[in-house]
Design a protein around this ligand. Sequence first.
Ligand code: PCD
Length: 787
Amino acid sequence: MTTTENQANPIGFGRMLRKEDARFLRGKGNYVDDLNLPGMLHGAVLRSPYAHARIKSIDISAAQAHPKVKAVITGEILETLNLAWIPSLSHDVVAVLATDKVRFQGQEVAFVVAEDRYSARDALELIEVDYEVLPPVVDAKKALDKDAPVIRDDIAGKVDNFIFDWESGDKAATDEVFANAAIVVNQDMLYPRVHPAPMETCGAVAYMDPIDQKLTIYSTTQAPHAHRTLYALVAGLPEHKLRVVSPDIGGGFGNKVGIYPGYVLAIVGSILTKRPVKWMEDRSENLMSTSFARDYHMKGSIAASADGKILGLRVDVLADHGAFNNTAQPTKFPAGFFHVFTGSYDLMAAHCSVRGVYTNKAPGGVAYACSFRVTEAVYLVERMVDRLAQELKMDPAELRMKNLLRPEQFPYTSPTGWEYDSGEYPRALRLAMDIAGYEELRKEQAQKRAKGELMGIGISFFTETVGAGPKRHMDILGLGMADGCEVRVHPTGKAVVRLSVQSQGQGHETTFAQIVSEVTGIPPEDIDVVHGDTDNTPFGLGTYGSRSTPVSGAAAAIAARRVVDKARIVASAMLECAPEDLEWEKGRFNIKGDKSVGKTMAEIALGAHGTVELPEGVEGHLNAECVYDPPNLTYPFGAYICVVDVDPATAKVSVRRFIAVDDCGPRINPMIVEGQVHGGLADGVGMALMEVIAFDEDGNNLGASFMDYLIPTSLECPSWETGATVTPSPHHPLGLKGVGESATVGSPPAVVNAVIDALAPYGVKHADMPLTPAQVWQAMQGAPYRT
Ligand code: PCD
């Protein structure tokens, strides 16, 4: 297999313009909000202004009397349908519409269906809700206080805000390593609550056809098949009468994994009115209610020998899960994959404990560009390693080089039980240092420091764990994390690939065509990719946790190989020779030793549909399918270096350079991978420097618009410098590892490490994200940093 660089129209892997961009660049994408079905009505959600309040009564009569209103739905009405509460993704329940209490600001209280969007919104104002305001729990650290108000009194016998305790690693062995270590460094840190904030907000159009009783839900979902099955299970709707279509999606980033009340309400609205109902949230609704990410308060400790050999790591986490535990992650993993927190280093022992608590904030805990809490894990270890370098007065690159896992240690089993598939870590770090001109940068920094200028260099090295399953360990509400793919070659040699995963901008219509092209030799432009429609694609768990390439990509490669295997038999029948006498040359079978006699895939496809007599038991046509249950996750990794300048007068941070070396195995399309990395780096700069969903003491959401929730623009981003090393995964059929989330995972600690490095002359050891000018200024004044 070859990765061909600079090839305009490759057969197989290589740089190739994205097929889907023809429609996106012309504004011809088809998003949920573009849908306009005949007779369609519009829904709007009434939301709670309070973080915590008892609902004494709801009067909907004036709204119902509005001339354009067709239905007004409350929690009481949903109770009669047994739909007021639905199961969460994490052993809990979520209110679709509040019945007893509201538990976070922005919670769904009522739903109005009207002839147009404006009337639906107007009618919301006619609904009278009598609230009895209750004291809210805003601070996760106070949630377990004895006198803290109990948020979830809907759970029988609940007297506190505790959700779960969970731990991983060997506590006794870790305690022993710490007891005997020459150096122990402790650091508290917060990974603040952030939001994926995709360009397109969440929405749905639901239509229950009253004649054939088939319910079609067009929705912004990253997992159409899983949604269909869950609707069937929860609402008792027959699954063959359900179709979930996820059309073009304007960014998912984990925000579109879960089932939100709005989707269910659009469905109920359509069932009640017998007409299609559209619900589309606005930006504030998206930022306030549909999910959040992180919110981990972490107490880290790292143990090392005096000469800088890292020996042990431990962390104690307080996880703020909001009002309902609706974290999207495999069922058996209450803290996701956080326990991969030992990162890229060779340690003797590690231990983590995580305690989840309820607060009066929006639920969610989505894996925002994060394979289930890997982002938090990488931030923790990479900050701890930098803190250790500080205490040891050692160069952070040297400290990492000394402790990185070595190539001969793979496959490597981590102290918390993960089996890393492959890696060449020192090579990646060296390459990043070479691109950066690391030694020169350190000299420049010394000169600048002498002049009172604040320049910082930050490093992070990350290992990710992406591509969930295997399904024996990983499921979502009982659905095993495997994925399917079907390949069908038409008589003229063109092909169609049907996927269970769903693109939200990653370019699957291009890269999956390239995978099948790589294996079959059919040009990618002759291969159509179908995805995002449960009626037309095989079952699978969807796109998140960078799992499409590791799981569905493997299914596509295997299905394509099956096509080629069958093509060999057909070609042998056409050439009247034994299958073993044929030799494969990408795209054609030749008689061994004679390249002039052979058949191309197009000829073979026609043969397979034609009159050639095939051996007994061989069916015609060139079709194949595969359901792929991965034997392990894939472990992409990378070395990142960030250079910042901090203005000593204003404390404003400017990211001057960012070098990212990523290793995701062979790259299907290096251009797409670079695009994925660029996007993730921008995400990381945003989280490190400006993004936070904060709350005031009454539980008011202070990040509910893009005026308050800042996301980075090109002005805050440097021109990214990327590099690659290639370490194939030994268990993926094409050696591929995922990459979609790598840069978001790896970049925040590089930026924070760089800022703290810049502030060394002020003796700053740590400051929590986001490192806004105010936050940096406070740190420079020696103010206690916020945790
Ligand atoms: N690739 C290549 N090569 C390799 C790998 C990969 O080429 N080696 C490519 C593929 O094919 C695609 C991409 O790249 O196309 C990506 O991939 P992946 O890694 O597999 O991943 P996916 O699954 O596909 O996806 C997912 C991801 C995630 S997860 C996220 S967040 C984000 C990312 O993706 N999101 C998004 N990226 C992106 N982009 C865009 N544009 N948009 C979006 O939304 Mo989560 O969990 O959901 O949170």
